[in-house]
Design a protein around this ligand. Structure first.
Ligand code: CA
Ligand code: CA
Length: 466
């Protein structure tokens, strides 16, 4: 089995950990490069301005609703998003300030705005911008005397040890700085909202938080590099400790009826391979791409691309969360592409999760596992296609994270129908999985055979394909 550290072990061409510099350096450099590339696109988006009318080329997208029986988000009341929005609440946005205004006015209160609304994101929106549209780098959020060099000195395992998480002045300052950035780059979305990308619609440097609300659609958008300027060191995470970050591209937190469709998720201009290491561990600025947590329910993720990222899709974030999560976290993943993803495609606790007709295309040297079978999970994995390069085996399609078993049928590995549970059990006799999760999905559209999945998903998944 691939060790957890191996996929991330490519030594980045960065300064040695003994000579810490400001944490903003690699991120800021990459952002500058990205801004150059995106220059013309950004400029044209700005010219579009804010239009209080539906754009002719995207009216159907904004008003579309999830079809009946299309995954768990079609359960009970179904998912209609902002399709009932009136003309005044159908808006095209091309800056962070316009996005926040369209979602209700003030980011901190927008989660409570349940007015039906259609928000069309045009071109690239840099979420690290002030209300006047000026780019903010990490230093804009730094507060309380936080400095990476001081943080590293305070929590160096040689000084702090490895038995407890950091606490004290530098950790408090890090958390305060991180919260400042979160208020800026985590965009709150209220109930009855549809957000769609038009003209290359992209959210860069942050993401959407769908928290404790119902009925949200997110389609045809790209999400790039939701990077945390202030990763936290946790020496107790895993055998070697880990740097952990806070922002997902999309967080579904206690929310219901969420349809995430034809979106493209990636680290953009800041791949993990560009990040330094401290204390021998990757200075990870990214968290999840689409995380579904805290009792969220009825989610369909269809036709998305999850690309070039480590922790892709986490369903349930704690083994101890049975009070909120048991009986919830029902999610469908179909026709998604996980391309050069490292892990969590998805990783599931508690949820009844239907994973069918997806394409897995990992890269040798940067892959840990595909589907994570966690505590009390009930996963169906059907008609998925794994295209595995030399060095990755069928046993790596799964990982037992304290689950009992899953239903897996019709899946292929490099074109050959393969019993993924048997492959796992042969390679991992000490952590066997049973071959049934004990339920039968009914909220499905017609399944494609796995043989048709690579071509169909490659041609159809991601933003810009609708
Ligand atoms: Ca971790
Ligand atoms: Ca997360």
């Amino acid at each position: 089995m691939t060790s957890r550290s191996r996929p991330l072990a490519q030594e980045p061409a960065m300064r040695p950990s003994a000579a810490p510099a400001v944490p903003t350096a690699p991120i800021a450099r990459a952002r500058t490069a990205a801004a150059r590339v995106a220059g013309p696109l950004f400029a044209s988006a700005v010219l579009c301005g804010s239009l209080a009318a539906p754009a002719a080329d995207a009216g159907d997208l904004g008003h579309a609703v999830l079809a009946a029986k299309d995954g768990w988000a079609s359960a009970t009341t179904g998912t209609t998003g902002g399709s009932k929005a009136d003309a005044a609440h159908t808006v095209t946005v091309s800056t962070r300030a316009q996005l926040v205004a369209a979602l209700g006015g003030k980011n901190s209160g927008n989660g409570a705005n349940a007015t039906p609304k259609i928000v069309q994101v045009s071109g690239v929106i840099d979420l690290n911008t002030d209300d006047a549209g000026r780019h903010l780098d990490c230093s804009a959020y730094t507060t309380g005397g936080y400095a990476l060099g001081a943080y590293l000195a305070a929590y160096d395992p040689k000084a702090w040890g490895t038995s407890k998480v950091p606490s004290g002045a530098q950790e408090d300052a890090r958390a305060a700085s991180q919260k400042k950035q979160a208020d800026r780059v985590q965009i709150n979305v209220g109930a009855n909202t549809t957000i769609v990308g038009v003209d290359g619609g992209t959210l860069r440097g942050g993401g959407l938080v769908v928290k404790n609300v119902d009925n949200v659609i997110v389609r045809n958008l790209s999400f790039e590099n939701a990077a945390d300027c202030f990763p936290q060191w946790d020496p107790t995470d895993g055998s070697d400790g880990n740097w952990n970050s806070m922002y997902d591209a999309v967080t579904v937190y206690g929310a219901t009826h969420v349809w995430v469709d034809h979106d493209t998720f990636s680290d953009g201009a800041v791949p993990d391979s560009s990040l330094p290491k401290y204390f021998g561990r990757l200075y990870q600025v990214h968290d999840g791409l689409l995380d579904v947590v805290k009792g969220a329910d009825y989610v369909t993720a269809s036709w998305n691309v999850f690309r070039d990222h480590d922790k892709t899709d986490l369903i349930g974030n704690s083994d101890g969360a049975s009070a909120t999560d048991a009986g919830h976290l029902r999610v469908t993943f179909h026709h998604n592409l996980w391309q050069n993803a490292v892990e969590r495609a998805p990783r599931v606790r508690f949820g009844q999760v239907d994973v069918y007709d997806n394409l897995y295309a990992p890269r040798a040297g940067s892959f840990d596992y595909g589907i994570g079978v966690g505590k009390s999970s009930r996963i169906i994995a059907e008609n998925n296609a794994f295209t595995l390069p030399s060095g990755i085996t069928a046993a790596d399609a799964l990982r037992n994270w304290g689950g009992t078993g899953l239903t897996a049928r019709g899946n292929t590995v490099n074109g050959a129908v393969t019993d993924l549970v048997a492959a796992w059990n042969t390679a991992n006799p000490g952590k066997p999985l049973t071959s049934s999760s004990g339920w039968t999905p009914t909220l499905r559209t017609a399944l494609d055979p796995a043989a048709a999945v690579p071509a169909k998903v490659t041609a159809g998944a991601g933003a810009g394909r609708l």
